[in-house]
Write a protein that binds this ligand. Sequence first.
Ligand SMILES: C[S@@+](CC[C@H](N)C(=O)[O-])C[C@H]1O[C@@H](n2cnc3c(N)ncnc32)[C@H](O)[C@@H]1O
Length: 419
Amino acid sequence: MSSQATNVRRAAVSALRAWAKGHAYMDSLIERHATRNHLSRQDRALLQSIVSSVLRNRRLLDHWIGKLRRGKLDHETRDILRVGVAQLLLLGIADHAAVNETVNCGKAPVRGLINAVLRQAITRRKRLMEELDDLPPAVRLSHPDWLYKRWSKTYGKKEADSLMAWNNLPAPTLARVNPLKEGAREAVESYDHAKPVDGLENYFEIDGPPPGDWMKEGYVYIQDPATRHCVDLLNPQAGESILDACAAPGGKSALIAAAMHNQGELLCTDSNSKRLPRLETNLERLGIDIAAVQAHDWTQTAPEEWLGKFDAILLDVPCSNSGVMRRRLDARWRLRGENIVELTGIQSQILANALPCLKPGGRLVYSTCSIEPEENSDLIRTFLTSHPEWQIEEEHQALPFRDGSDGAYAARISRIPSY
Ligand SMILES: C[S@@+](CC[C@H](N)C(=O)[O-])C[C@H]1O[C@@H](n2cnc3c(N)ncnc32)[C@H](O)[C@@H]1O
């Protein structure tokens, strides 16, 4: 086995350490570690699968490590053991490769310990697997207890179990063909590793990463179909003036511009100025030439020139991400119950500040990728009790365990004409 194989395990441990110290996005950490270590395409894929497996199964791995070794572990040794046990018990990587290369990740004083625990894992593998069904669901399916309790209360225990199991399934890569780019559909249709998604025009499931030139040419945007519900409800029309208030990195802006046939005005704002360059690049890459980008924090009142300006507004607000945890593997470990309360405060402020920007007769769609009622239907209904001149025209909630897609919520509200 080459030292490159050890590098993959070292990169996995190093990415997990950086994540534990607070780095925000696991995807960019994996990318950065793969580049820094000059990993081949195959080794990148191995890195991705080890890190994803550790994040998905963190609690189960810690349960197993606790059975294999009593006593305290420093953070780095624990991460090395997680990487090793994941390879042996979850990923089916050959025992000798998993043990040797993982042991080499540790400093000399802990190598003996790592070797002993991983060899124990091999000896006791069958027994550990047989005991799986007896474990509490939140341990077996690796979620924090508070989330499991919350989902059981909201949706029922069976649904909470299905949801946790769903969150642990690998998410397919779904690409939406960009209708604004000539030749995009032909390119995707003629690609051997792309197959159309049943019943969803423009969506294709891609096996492996999409060809680089598709991304460069703006032929596709990688996007789960659940994201389209809010834009369907917004129903953008050519020639309108539309605001996408929380727009970065631009997935929904792209859907809106396509529905407008690239005619009219689309203002894309976001409060996070670090996310604006990627939004601008995406809009350009996708051939959208009706969009303007501006930084704005919607917890503050809108600039005067935006009041009464827009035919339609999309508020794709910051949220708990609880509907997309199979894609955001680290989100379940980062989120705290109190974050949901804080988020609802921000979401209500954004809604209150954006509404005055609608033209008379305009429509606003509020959306999240959350499945928590407090961030969704409860929030809108509470808002309407203090703003009785507005009404819900239509709402849509996608639930992974029911609909087989990412979770998402969208509600269209408009002013009651007689008010
Ligand atoms: C769910 S993401 C938007 C995803 C985007 N609509 C898309 O489809 O690609 C939420 C966005 O809201 C932004 N955001 C958070 N707080 C905000 C605020 N107070 N005002 C404006 N944008 C905000 C975040 O920076 C983030 O980019």
